[in-house]
Design a protein around this ligand. Structure first.
Ligand code: CDP
Length: 231
């Protein structure tokens, strides 16, 4: 077998990246690494400390000095991994609506991106990894063996996020989530530093009308094809 050692999955908010990546990682016995948690951790810390997320220097300083640990779950509450910021468990807090609204502003600062890049590359270099984000195929692992770009309409993506929140027993408004999806798409696509876009050699999967199983099947076909081409 000749499997792709490094798999990059990019795409806009709630396009199904995490679900696909988790399933692939499990099927292949690889590490799943969701780079969004790094940007979310910096955003969470900024909100906690009352710092302005527009302040590039303050955000870069936070990103440089925070200790962010991503490790296997130690609590059985549905989490797939856990995130500690300076030792504090913030796994669920990272997905609050407050962080959702601010995270793309934080992620647009080039200094923040630079500070978080080394950690991502170091994990990428170890291989046997499925890494998820916005710029994995273009910047973090431009030489990944397989690059998948997941897309879906804003409405479909907002519906998925809405269901996720309800399933976690959290209050949710579809309208508010849809607005946040549009807002984040706009910021992520139009920023100067590493904007969201498919790498030239990425395979684009539009997931509108596809369920998680169908997307997984499609990705497994791509892996089988890679194997056949590299034997
Ligand atoms: O799960 P969802 O797709 O909603 O978000 P996420 O993957 O946790 O990413 C949250 C935000 O972090 C994105 O909207 C981007 O602004 C930023 N991000 C980024 O800029 N680069 C990455 N590699 C990952 C996330």
């Amino acid at each position: 077998m000749s499997l792709p050692q490094r798999i990059a999955i990019d795409g806009p908010a709630a396009s199904g990246k995490s679900t696909l990546a988790q399933r692939l990682a499990e099927a292949l016995g690889y590490l799943y690494f969701d780079t969004g948690v790094l940007y979310r951790a910096v955003t969470w810390a900024a909100l906690q400390r009352g710092r302005a997320v527009e302040d590039a220097d303050a955000m870069t300083d936070l990103a440089t000095h925070l200790t962010i640990d991503v490790r296997p779950p130690s609590v059985d509450d549905g989490r797939k991994y856990e995130v500690l910021v300076n030792g504090e468990d913030v796994t669920w807090a990272l997905h609050s609506p407050e962080v959702d609204v601010k995270v793309s502003t934080v992620a647009a600062h080039p200094g923040v991106r630079h500070a978080l890049l080394a950690k991502q590359r170091e994990i990428g270099q170890r291989g046997k990894v499925v890494m998820v984000g916005r710029d994995i195929g273009t910047v973090v692992m431009p030489d990944a063996d397989l690059k998948i770009y997941l897309d879906a309409s804003p409405e479909e993506r907002a519906r998925r996020r809405y269901k996720e929140r309800l399933a976690r027993g959290e209050p949710a408004s579809y309208e508010q989530i849809l607005r946040a999806v549009y807002y984040r798409d706009e910021l992520d696509r139009n920023r100067q530093a590493s904007p969201l876009r498919p790498a030239e050699d990425a395979i684009i999967i539009n997931t509108d009308g596809l369920d998680a199983d169908q997307v997984f099947q499609r990705a497994m076909e791509l892996i089988a094809q890679f194997d056949a081409e590299h034997e």
